[in-house]
Design a protein around this ligand. Structure first.
Ligand code: C5P
Length: 235
């Protein structure tokens, strides 16, 4: 497969066209941003970790019946993916109160929720990805009712699988964000699942093993990413 021109450069990834129909190449960077791009930095080695971790989890999720955009890992930082039309929603599931949820509702971080929650943000950098509900998504024409139902079904399946999987590795999945895409009439999981997009806490100590270490200047950012990667046992 030939990597052709760069189509898009995002905060953490570059996307290239290829000589294969409906296949793109994603190239993961070490660049880190937070607070809608206001805070910028580098997390050395994170591109490799996020690429390999995402591919590892996407392959497992495929076996669980969750369709994903994964085609093939090409190198440490590059992966061939199906060319999807991204549904412009950030799909967030929370198991434990943290981050914006804790702030908005005045609930102490670490409080276990009675049941997992689902929320949507409208993917729009200029507006700062505002919180919306499914009626807004329908009203704005961002997705159809069937698509929202499918996304809901799939993301809770992803959550149940990941909670159990990370728990076996000594980590609690506090919350995560994913994105979905349209591909040949189907809704499939796209984007990534990594310490950039998940909150992962050590099961015993509650130590944060994710991007909050960067967002909140907690130090040992690279070590946290490496720790998650080591626990996953990916070659
Ligand atoms: O900040 P907040 O509490 O809303 O984040 C919820 C989850 O979504 C966290 O795991 C965070 O890493 C993830 N997230 C993300 N990209 C964003 C916003 C949130 O990956 N733009």
């Amino acid at each position: 497969m030939k990597k052709l021109e760069m189509l898009y450069e995002g905060k953490a990834k570059k996307v290239y066209s290829t000589d294969v129909e409906d296949v793109l190449i994603v190239d993961y960077k070490d660049d880190a941003t937070a607070f809608n791009g206001l805070k910028k930095g580098t997390i050395v080695g994170k591109g490799v970790i996020n690429n390999k971790m995402t591919n590892h989890l996407f392959a497992l999720l495929e076996k669980e019946g969750v369709p994903t955009h994964l085609v093939k890992e090409l190198s440490d930082r590059e992966t061939a993916v199906k060319k999807v039309e991204i549904v412009p929603l950030e799909v967030i599931v929370r198991n434990v109160a943290a981050g914006s949820f804790s702030k908005k509702l005045g609930i102490e971080e670490g409080t276990k929720l009675f049941s997992p929650t689902l929320e949507f943000s409208y993917k729009n950098d200029e507006l700062g990805d505002p919180f919306i509900n499914d009626y807004y998504a329908l009203a704005l024409g961002l997705a159809t009712k069937d698509e929202i139902d499918k996304i809901t079904e799939l993301v809770f399946k992803v959550n149940s699988f990941l909670c159990k999987y990370f728990e076996k590795l000594g980590m609690k999945l506090i919350d995560f964000k994913v994105e979905f895409g349209r591909y040949k009439g189907q809704i499939i999981l796209a984007d990534e699942i990594s310490p950039d997009t998940c909150r992962l806490w050590d099961l015993e100590t509650n130590e944060k093993l994710d991007k909050d270490r960067f967002r909140r200047d907690l130090g040992n950012v690279e070590d946290a990413y490496k720790e998650v990667f080591a626990r996953l046992g990916i070659k």
